[in-house]
Each structure stands twice: as structure tokens, then as C-alpha cells.
Write a new protein. Structure first.
Length: 299
């Protein structure tokens, strides 16, 4: 990786942490550090599962427990086990906690204004646009891709959301019973694999690949949740599945798609896929694609 890029990232970190005040124990002039303030923002009006709170912020359980104990002793939150499963704890804001969060919101608005106020209009526009781009790219960098069993709850969540979207978008609707869906065994090693993308611990996309012996690999059921689009996940899925197929010894990668999925078709063309005659009788497909791939060189 480019050392100049790494140095620029480090310089950016130093500038931001200094300018937004996270180096102080009394964040935004209150009697608590930024970690506690961030928890108050994330808990929200409806409360939050402590495990989901940890995943959302990427913090270890011990640190979150210490932060919650501090907030609880200050009367800002309550932490209680759920009735259905006492191993699962839910944290909620108290009235005092909601008041503190409202005050933090006001102070945060003041801080944001102080960052923009010294700049002229053109500079403000540039800074806000750059922040939006940085936010998008940093969010993309936090997404994980994991190989899971197709029966995993996160995989099923993605597939059901995918089928629901196809039902809305296809001119004829979508009936999974009519489609050439791979059975679960075709997407389990060694016959294939299934990937789930997670953002802050939540499933936001999926993609599978069939790896039949002596035949081209075939990508199946690639989907990205609407809230995770524009993060480059489609290209990231294709890159990972191509590498997996090449590592399996495949020299050809295939997929098919529906004519209404124009963004997907554009992606496939840009990724090097070429349209070919139909290689299956998938009733919902209008376009068939292939790409020649190369197995990794032995070290």
C-alpha cells in the first residue's frame, strides 16, 4: 500500500480528532468522554439491544459494559434483561438521559457551526461534499464479507428481501418456485459457497457461487440492500467470487439476469463480462454473461 496514502490518512485522523474535541475527557463541555456521549446517541428513543450496540460501534463487551455502568450510575440509562431471553439485555434512556442527549445535540450543532463559520460559501460547500464522500467511503470500508451456510438466518434474511424486491421490480412478478434456484447444497463447500455482507453487524447483501466439477462457475443470488448501495458492494462481491472460483480451478464465470436490473447489467459489463447465448432456461433471465478468469499463480 502507498506510504503517502497511509500518511495522509494518519494526518486526517489527527486533524479531525483535534478539531472536533475528542481528545478531551469532557466532550462538548459535559462531564463525560465521547464514548459515553456516543452511546447516548446510539441508544435512541426505543432503546437498543446491548449486543447490537456493541456491533454498531465496533466496541468490545468489557468497554461497553464499563461505559453503561457509568451512564447507569449517573441516572441516564437503565439496562434490563429481556423477558423472552434473559441473556439479552436492553438499554434505554431515562428522562434524564433524554434531556442529556438533547443538550448534546445542541452542543454538537454549535460545534458543527463553528467548523463552517470561518469558511466562505464555496469552502463550506467543498467541505460538506468532501465529508459526505469520506463518510461513504469509510462506511464502505467497515462492511465485512463472510462465508456462511445458506440456511444461516442472515442469509435467509437477505434472500427473502431479494425475492421481495424482484417481486416488485419484475414485470411478471417473481415466484421462487419457478426460478432455477440452487439448492442449499450447491452453495456449500465444496460445491459452492455463499457470502453475506454485514454493516455494523447487520446483513446488507448476499451472493453465492456454484462450483460444479468440470464446468463453469456460476454466480447466483447477488443482492445489496438499498441502504448499502453506492458502497461498491456489487463489485466487491464479484471480485471475491471470481477469486474463489479461480482458486477452485475454474476458468469461466457465468451469470444470468433480468432486463429490468439495468444497474446490475451495467456493472457486469464494466467488470469484464461478455453477453453470450442462453446457457440455461431460467424463466426470469433475459441476458446471459460469461467471463474468462485466470487461476492464481502458484507461489
Amino acid at each position: 500500500m502507498d506510504t503517502a496514502q497511509i500518511e495522509q490518512v494518519r494526518r486526517f485522523h489527527r486533524t479531525v480528532t483535534e478539531r472536533v474535541g475528542v481528545l478531551h475527557d469532557r466532550y462538548l463541555g459535559r462531564d463525560r468522554p465521547i464514548g459515553e456521549a456516543r452511546l447516548l446517541w446510539e441508544i435512541g428513543e426505543q432503546g437498543r439491544d446491548v449486543r447490537r450496540l456493541r456491533e454498531r460501534l465496533g466496541l468490545d463487551s468489557g468497554y461497553v459494559s464499563r461505559l453503561l455502568r457509568s451512564l447507569e450510575s449517573a441516572g441516564l440509562v437503565t439496562v434490563e434483561p429481556q423477558r423472552e431471553d434473559r441473556r439479552v439485555r436492553t438499554v434505554r434512556l431515562t428522562e434524564q438521559g433524554r434531556a442529556e442527549r438533547a443538550l448534546l445535540d445542541d452542543r454538537s450543532d454549535e460545534l458543527a457551526s463553528s467548523l463552517l463559520e470561518p469558511l466562505n460559501a464555496a469552502q463550506r460547500t467543498r467541505l460538506v461534499a468532501a465529508m459526505a464522500e469520506v463518510d461513504r467511503l469509510l462506511t464502505a470500508s467497515t462492511v465485512t464479507l463472510d462465508v456462511v451456510d445458506p440456511s444461516h438466518p442472515d442469509a435467509r434474511h437477505c434472500l427473502l428481501a431479494y425475492f421481495a424486491e424482484l417481486q416488485e421490480r419484475f414485470d411478471t412478478g417473481f415466484d421462487p418456485a419457478r426460478s432455477l434456484l440452487p439448492d442449499a447444497g450447491e452453495l456449500r463447500p465444496p460445491r459452492g459457497l455463499f457470502l453475506v455482507a454485514r454493516l455494523h453487524g447487520e446483513p446488507v447483501g448476499c451472493a453465492g457461487v456454484k462450483l460444479p466439477p468440470g464446468a463453469p462457475a456460476e454466480i447466483k443470488r447477488m443482492w445489496v440492500a438499498p441502504q448499502a448501495r453506492r458502497l461498491g458492494l456489487g463489485r466487491r462481491f464479484l471480485t471475491e467470487l471470481e477469486a474463489r472460483a479461480a482458486g477452485h480451478g475454474c476458468d469461466t464465470l457465468r451469470l444470468d439476469t433480468n432486463k429490468t436490473l439495468d444497474a446490475a447489467i451495467t456493472l457486469y459489463h464494466s467488470f469484464g463480462f461478455q453477453e453470450v447465448p442462453a446457457f440455461n432456461d431460467e424463466p426470469y433471465a433475459h441476458h446471459w454473461f460469461e467471463k474468462r478468469i485466470t487461476a492464481p499463480s502458484p507461489e
